[in-house]
Design a protein around this ligand. Structure first.
Ligand SMILES: [Cu+2]
Length: 606
C-alpha cells in the first residue's frame, strides 16, 4: 500500500496482504497486469499497489455505515484538514459479522459432520466470524518550497476470525504500519522528482483450535487447545527513486531495499506433548534491488518504454538446526540442503503503446522477470506423526534448494472506444522456468517402517500459463448500459504433464444498469465454468460451474448517498474454485460461498 510491503503473518495465508488495511483507507487500486513493474521486488505475474486516500483542501468528513444479513456491521469515519503547508487525516473503522449462511441455509461454520473433530463446538457455530478495529492517522508538512514530508501510522486489531476450511481459527491478528515519505519536487532543472521512503510493518498472529471439538480435553489434550501457532512478521524497507528528463523522454531510476523477518512456532498435543516446533524457523530475509526504466515518446501516436532490474537476496533460517535440517528436510530432497541461501536475478521488459487512430489503443509487451523463493517455500517445517485416527497426515517440508522463478512473458492488448461503447481485451503467454509449485512427496522410508510419512513440499518445475480477458460496456437507449466481462487462464506443469494447481476456471459477468447520476439500479449475473483441469498428483478436486444474480440500487443526494442490494438473490448453493491446497492446516472440507445476502449502506461526505 503506497509502496509499503505488507506480508501476512500466518503460514496458512489467513491474512493475505489485502487483509491488513481497511477499505475506507483506499482511494484507488493500481493493477499492473504482467511482469511490467520494475519499482518493486517480487512481481513476476503483476503488481497490486493500493493508493491511500489523499487529503482534500479544507475541512473534510466522511462516514459510512453498512448493515447486512447475519448482523454484518461495517462502519468507518474519516476526518481531515488540508491547508497550504500542512495536512492531516484521522480515521477509524469497525467491522463485525456473524458467520454467513450458504445457499442450503446453514452457517459456513456448520459444514462438518457430527463426528468430525474439526467441527465447531455448538456455542461457537454462531459466534462472531470476525471483529476488526482499524485506526489510522496521516500528516503532511511542507518543509521548504518543493520539499514535503508525510508520516502515517495505522493499527489494526482483528479478533476472533473464523476459518472453517482450516483446522484452526485466529485468536488475533494485529498489524502496525508506519510510513515516512519525503518528496523533493523539481530539485534541479533536469530532475523532476526525488522520493525517499522509509517504512515498517509488523504483524502478530495467533491461531488455535479452541473453538473446535479437537480441543476437548483427553489423555493427550491437556491445555485449552490441541494445536496452536504463534506467528510474527516484520518488514523494514527503504526506497529511493528519481525521475529525470533525459533526451526526449523520462528516466525513472531507483533502489529498493527491504528486510523481512518471519517466525512461526507450532505447538501440538500430538507432537511430543506440546513441544514447540519452529514451523517458519525465524527466517531473516534481505533483498536489495536496483532498477531503471526509460519512457520514450517516439511520436504523437507511439510510446516505447523499457527497463531493467537487478536483485540480490539472502535468506537465513536462523532457528533451523543442522539436526532438524538433516533429519526432517533432507530425506525428502535429493540436493544437499543449507539453512542459508542467496540469490541473484536480473530482469527487464520492453513495452509499446500505439494509438493508430482515435479510439484505438494497442499495447504490446515482452518481459522477463523473476521472484525469489518465499521463506515458507524454502523453510517451512512441520513434523506430524500419523496415528490410527489420522493415517493420512503428512509432514510439511520447505525446499531450501529452490531456485528463483523465471517468467518470460508476451502480452498483447487492444482497447477500442466510440461514443456508444468501449471494449478492452488482452491475451498473454507465459513461459515459466523454475516455477515453484506444491508437490506430494512419497514416504522416503519403506511405508510403515521408519518415522517419516509422506510429505508435501515444493519444487521448481517447467510450466506455462496462457490466458486472456475481454470487457466492455455499451450505451443503450433510455439511460441503460450493458456491461460484460470474461476471463480465462490455463496452466500446465510441463514436467508432470498435469494442469497447474489452483487455476481459476473461465469466469465472468453480464450486467444491465439504469443510471441517471442521482439514481441507479443494476442487475448482474456472475458466473464461472466448472474447473476440471485439476492436478491429480495433489488430489486437487474438481469444482462445478455456477451462476448467481446480484441486484443493487443507489441514490445520491448532495452529501448523502444510500445504497442497497441483494447478492446471490436466488440463494444458490455453490463453491468457488481455488484455496484448497494450502496445507498444512486445511481440513479438506470445501466451504460454500455465501447464500442470499442483503445490505444497506448510508454514506455522508462533507
Ligand atoms: Cu493463521
Amino acid at each position: 500500500m503506497d509502496g509499503v510491503r505488507i506480508h501476512g503473518g500466518c503460514p496458512s495465508r489467513m491474512d493475505p496482504p489485502a487483509f491488513h488495511f481497511d477499505f475506507a483507507e483506499v482511494e484507488a487500486i493500481e493493477i499492473v497486469k504482467g511482469p511490467y513493474d520494475l519499482r518493486y521486488a517480487g512481481g513476476p505475474g503483476g503488481l497490486v499497489n493500493v493508493t491511500g486516500k489523499a487529503i482534500q483542501p479544507g475541512p473534510g468528513l466522511a462516514a459510512t455505515a453498512t448493515y447486512g444479513t447475519q448482523d454484518m456491521i461495517h462502519t468507518s469515519i474519516t476526518a481531515s484538514h488540508g491547508g497550504d503547508k500542512s495536512e492531516a487525516m484521522i480515521g477509524y473503522a469497525y467491522k463485525y459479522s456473524l458467520p454467513p449462511k450458504s445457499g442450503d441455509g446453514k452457517r459456513i461454520t456448520d459444514i462438518y459432520p457430527e463426528t468430525s473433530k474439526n467441527r465447531y463446538r455448538d456455542n461457537d457455530i454462531d459466534s462472531r466470524a470476525y471483529d476488526i478495529n482499524t485506526f489510522w492517522v496521516k500528516g503532511k508538512q511542507e518543509l521548504t518550497p518543493g520539499v514535503s514530508s508525510e508520516l502515517s501510522y495505522a493499527y489494526q486489531d482483528a479478533d476472533h476470525v473464523l476459518y472453517p476450511a482450516l483446522l484452526m481459527d485466529a485468536e488475533y491478528d494485529r498489524t502496525q504500519r508506519l510510513n515516512w515519505t519525503t518528496l523533493f519536487e523539481q530539485p534541479s532543472a533536469d530532475i523532476d522528482e526525488i522520493k525517499f521512503q522509509l517504512y515498517w510493518t509488523d504483524v502478530d498472529h495467533l491461531m488455535h483450535d479452541e473453538f473446535r471439538e479437537s480441543s476437548r480435553p483427553n489423555m493427550m489434550v491437556t491445555r485449552d487447545y490441541m494445536m496452536q501457532t504463534d506467528a510474527n512478521t516484520t518488514v523494514v524497507g527503504v526506497n529511493l527513486t528519481g525521475t529525470l528528463e533525459v533526451g526526449p523522454g523520462e528516466l525513472l531510476s531507483g533502489i529498493d531495499y527491504f528486510y523481512r523477518n518471519w517466525d512461526a512456532v507450532n505447538k501440538s498435543a500430538m507432537h511430543l506433548a506440546y513441544q514447540s516446533q519452529s514451523m517458519i524457523p525465524d527466517v531473516d530475509n534481505d533483498q536489495f534491488g536496483l532498477f531503471s526504466e526509460y519512457s520514450w515518446p517516439v511520436s504523437t501516436t507511439v510510446t516505447l518504454k523499457g527497463g531493467v532490474r537487478l536483485d540480490y537476496a539472502e535468506s537465513d533460517a536462523t532457528d533451523l538446526s543442522r539436526t532438524r535440517l538433516t533429519d526432517l528436510y533432507q530425506p525428502y530432497y535429493s540436493s544437499s540442503l543449507d539453512r542459508d541461501n542467496d540469490f541473484f536475478t536480473a530482469g527487464g521488459n520492453i513495452q509499446l503503446f500505439w494509438k493508430p487512430v482515435d479510439g484505438i489503443e494497442v499495447f504490446g509487451g515482452l518481459a522477463s522477470a523473476s521472484r525469489m523463493p518465499d521463506p515458507e517455500e524454502l523453510y517451512i517445517g512441520l513434523q506430524r506423526i500419523p496415528t490410527m485416527m489420522t493415517p493420512t497426515l503428512t509432514n510439511w517440508v520447505g525446499n531450501p534448494s529452490l531456485d528463483p522463478v523465471r517468467n518470460n512473458q508476451v502480452d498483447l492488448g487492444l482497447k477500442y472506444s466510440t461514443d456508444r461503447f468501449f471494449i478492452n481485451s488482452s491475451v498473454f503467454y507465459s513461459d515459466l522456468r523454475d516455477y515453484i509449485t506444491l508437490v506430494a512427496i512419497p514416504d522416503p522410508d519403506e511405508p510403515g517402517v521408519g518415522n517419516l510419512p509422506a510429505a508435501r513440499g515444493y519444487d521448481n518445475v517447467k510450466a506455462r500459463i496462457w490466458g486472456g480477458e475481454i470487457s466492455g460496456q455499451v450505451s443503450l437507449p433510455f439511460d441503460l448500459y450493458l456491461l460484460a466481462n470474461l476471463a480465462y487462464t490455463e496452466g500446465k506443469n510441463r514436467d508432470s504433464g498435469e494442469p497447474l494447481a489452483e487455476m481459476p476456471p473461465l469466469s465472468g459477468s453480464l450486467g444491465l444498469r439504469y443510471d441517471i447520476d442521482t439514481f441507479f439500479v443494476e442487475v448482474t449475473e456472475r458466473f464461472a465454468d466448472k474447473q476440471d483441469r485439476v492436478d491429480d498428483l495433489l488430489d486437487e478436486t474438481e469444482t462445478s460451474g455456477w451462476g448467481v444474480t446480484d441486484i443493487k440500487t443507489g441514490l445520491n443526494a448532495d452529501r448523502w448517498s444510500v445504497y442497497a442490494g441483494v447478492n446471490n438473490l436466488f440463494d444458490k448453493f455453490y463453491h468457488s474454485h481455488l484455496s484448497y491446497q494450502r496445507d498444512p492446516f486445511r481440513s479438506g472440507v470445501k466451504v460454500p460461498e455465501v447464500g442470499a445476502f442483503a445490505y444497506v449502506t448510508v454514506a455522508y461526505r462533507y
